[in-house]
Design a binder for this molecule. Structure first.
Ligand code: MBD
Ligand code: FE
Length: 315
């Protein structure tokens, strides 16, 4: 019983009015984007004969999504964040910018303001009986292979329950637990002493998991560690490593896994001397290569709203 009204003058006039396309005021870019997205929605309603009931279910869904604070989580789960990475990679290819550690998505769980230390930081603040000790270390270079001194390496990851501090539904973690930042030494070296993370799962009652359920998709990520790497002379790198052996490595609900981002996990001893909780520990060596600034600037810097916490508030 499908009808097609999209191409009628009435609907085209309605679209123009709704996005104020004929008005002189307003944000030109906002009008362009709203006009296009609204038009694409109207067209999809015609083409798929989307019913009023389905539309109102969707409108209500947006309310729940916002109430749950999960819009950025859904963006990751629907591959929107990955799509932005694919586009930035393609921009680089078109500009013949190559090399460097691959980017992968930031995700919604970064918190700015973690303590910055020189060279080495122990970032496990809270005890976690289930999590074994882990050292992540490496050298930051440019794509020329030369070490980058004084780069800022930030990292954040989950605990043995797959929960991140600041977003932990159990409230169990202190402010910057499993979050830290170090500046590289003269040889470009950085090191984090921490605990082995476990993969994240979407809140089971949240809006994101609700939609994934309808699609018969899970909402889980393999165990991973996030990084931001910043330096004066290079573009900011946003990336992650996965923990080798996690069964979900190639089944990440957020599509962040990349071939070069699965470093080896090596068994080591001598952890006691490093302040690790047992002498036996695991080590991941993850060297990071940064792409130089492009004509003096970071041509792909992504700005997005991010949580920022002060040290005192996090304590
Ligand atoms: C995460 O830890 C994450 O990295 C992403 C992308 C989405 C949800 C939780
Ligand atoms: Fe994460």
């Amino acid at each position: 019983m499908s009808v097609q009204v999209f191409d009628t003058a009435e609907v085209q006039d309605l679209l123009k009015a709704a996005a104020n396309l004929d008005g002189h005021d307003g944000d030109t870019r906002a009008k362009q984007i709203v006009g296009r997205l609204l038009g694409d929605l109207f067209k999809a309603i015609d083409d798929l004969d989307i019913t009023p009931d389905e539309i109102w279910a969707g409108v209500h869904y947006f309310n729940k999504l916002g109430q749950d604070g999960e819009a950025a989580l859904l963006a990751a789960g629907l591959g929107l964040e990955k799509f932005l990475d694919i586009r930035m990679d393609a921009e680089d290819k078109a500009a013949e910018i190559a090399g460097g550690t691959p980017r992968t998505i930031e995700g919604p769980l970064y918190v700015a303001g973690a303590p910055v230390r020189a060279g080495v930081s122990k970032i496990d603040v809270d005890p976690d009986a289930e999590a074994g000790p882990l050292v992540i270390r490496g050298v930051v270079t440019g794509t020329d292979g030369k070490p980058v001194a004084n780069a800022l390496v930030e990292c954040w990851h989950a605990n043995s329950k797959g929960f991140y501090s600041h977003f932990d539904p159990t409230g169990a973690q202190s402010g910057f637990n499993l979050r830290g930042a170090v500046t590289t030494d003269a040889n470009g070296r950085y090191e984090f002493r921490t605990l082995m993370p476990v993969g994240y799962g979407c809140p089971p009652q949240g809006a994101t998991q609700q939609l994934l359920n309808a699609l018969a998709r899970h909402g889980n990520r393999p165990a991973h560690v996030h990084f931001f790497v910043t330096s004066d002379q290079h573009r900011k790198l946003t990336t992650q490593i996965n923990i080798e052996g996690d069964p979900l490595i190639w089944d990440d609900f957020a599509y962040a896994t990349r071939e070069d981002l699965i470093p080896r996990v090596v068994e080591k001893s001598g952890g006691a001397a490093l302040g690790m909780k047992t002498d036996a520990y695991k080590e991941i060596e993850f060297d990071i290569a940064l792409i130089p600034l492009v004509q003096g600037k970071d041509n792909q810097l992504v700005n997005r709203p991010r949580v920022a916490v002060t040290l005192a508030a996090a304590a």
